[in-house]
Ligand binder design. Structure first.
Ligand code: NAD
Ligand code: GLY
Length: 388
């Protein structure tokens, strides 16, 4: 099966990302291989939707590998990526008497992965963690790189820990049941990674997007298409793994084009949009779709990005699918919401902009005047993409 190595400077933290159709049935065997013969218990954390679809298969596989497994289903939705869910997860782990040699497995999207990972990072000061991501967004991005955490009332991802998984097992077959909006959201994050990662990754993603059309699950049923999806997911994981290997903890002093901070392209606006709408209107990836357009408009308006490059990005975002409307949100409220962003340094918002596709630049928010920011927000959030 296609495998991506994540090589981190501290050797024991190296791990593999294994990608393939149907690999969830090998979860137990793969977990045993990385956890060793002494691991006894696995706590599977999921939600009822994902568990209803894939829980039985995961538990059977764990049982076949001699794990005693137990599961906890967290409530669904970004609003539950919270301290309360984290506490409930910890209480669950302690009630089930998990020990230092045991492990947490997350089965679900980025929300489940971030909460389960944070629980694994903090329970007994850190136990092993395995990611089995089931959304496109989590497969190309959230499950890789060790960021875990929850939201606080002041903003997204404000509490958390870096805790690298022992293994990431990506079953592309799980994408067949993913709702259309979640697929769009995942593709938006893929376009983001291409936009900052390089023209090759951007074009590979765009090419696949233009072939897929409206029905991803039908497309996934074909053998050849599965191969292309696996290859594209692997390319995204390789890109992210390389960035994480070079800057695991997102050094805030770095401003170069390989710094982990470049992965936040589009996120300054995205987090503000999510917060302003109480995490209810946008899927995270959809908000990133808009966020990229705003950042690219800004890049063009300050003379950094050629109009043709902006058009390529717009086109790629359009191919991802329709986004919820955003044009009604007050520009000043969005700017206000940006001030809570965790990417701020010294109280100043940092922007990831583009010089060209594959060439991100980190700049200080002080360098951007309010009228230019307002114009860019209006252009990025108004109708240049399909609106659902
Ligand atoms: P999500 O976890 O909310 O999942 C989306 C929805 O899809 C949920 O309702 C879920 O139940 C459902 N679902 C999941 N898999 C399914 C499947 N195979 N079939 C049917 N339904 C399925 O959303 P997401 O987009 O996966 O993750 C977003 C979160 O990830 C955000 O909180 C974001 O901040 C976080 N994130 C984290 C990182 C990181 O590095 N840790 C990176 C990017 C995003
Ligand atoms: N999604 C941003 C990061 O993992 O750093």
């Amino acid at each position: 099966m296609p495998t991506v190595q994540v090589r981190l400077p501290a050797q024991p933290k190296n791990y593999e990302i294994k990608i393939g159709r149907g690999v969830l049935s090998k979860l137990g065997r793969e977990a045993r291989a990385v956890l060793g013969p002494d691991a006894r218990r696995i706590a599977l954390i999921s939600n009822s939707t994902v568990f209803g679809l894939y829980g039985k298969q995961a538990l059977q596989s764990l049982k076949a590998a001699d794990f005693k497994s137990t599961h906890w289903l967290m409530p669904e939705g970004e609003q539950h990526k919270s301290l309360r869910s984290w506490q409930q997860a910890l209480e669950f782990l302690s009630k089930k008497e998990l020990e230092r040699g045991d492990a947490v497995v997350s089965l679900g999207g980025g929300v489940v992965g971030d909460v389960a990972g944070f629980a694994a990072a903090s329970y007994l000061r850190g136990i092993a963690f395995i990611q089995a991501p089931t959304t496109l967004l989590a497969q190309i991005d959230a499950s890789v790189g060790g960021k875990t955490g929850v939201n606080l009332s002041a903003g997204k991802n404000l509490a958390g820990a870096f805790h690298q998984p022992h293994l990431v097992l990506i079953d592309t077959q799980t994408l067949r049941t993913l709702p259309r909006r979640e697929i769009t959201a995942g593709w938006c994050e893929a376009v983001k990674q291409g936009a900052v990662g390089g023209r090759k990754l951007f074009n590979q993603t765009r090419r696949l997007l233009s072939k897929i059309g409206a029905d991803f699950s039908l497309w996934l049923d074909q053998e050849k298409s599965q191969g292309e999806v696996c290859a594209t997911i692997a390319a995204h994981c390789s890109f992210k793994a390389a960035i994480v290997a070079g800057d695991e903890r997102e050094n805030i002093k770095r401003t170069d084009a390989r710094s982990r901070r470049i992965l936040n392209f589009g996120h300054t606006t995205a987090h503000a949009l999510e917060r302003l709408t109480d995490y209810r209107r946008f899927r995270h990836g959809e908000a990133v779709g808009y966020g990229m357009l705003v950042a690219a408009e800004l890049s063009k308006n300050i003379g950094m990005l050629a109009p043709g490059e902006l058009e390529s990005l717009r086109d790629a975002v359009r191919l991802c699918g329709p986004l919820p409307p955003a044009g009604d949100l007050a520009t000043d409220s969005i700017i206000q919401a940006m001030s809570y962003d965790k990417k701020s340094v010294g109280g100043v918002t940092k922007w990831i902009l583009l010089e060209r596709i594959g060439r991100p630049v980190i700049i200080d928010g002080k360098e951007i005047d309010k009228p230019t920011l307002r114009t860019s927000l209006r252009a990025g959030l108004s109708g240049s993409v399909k609106v659902s």
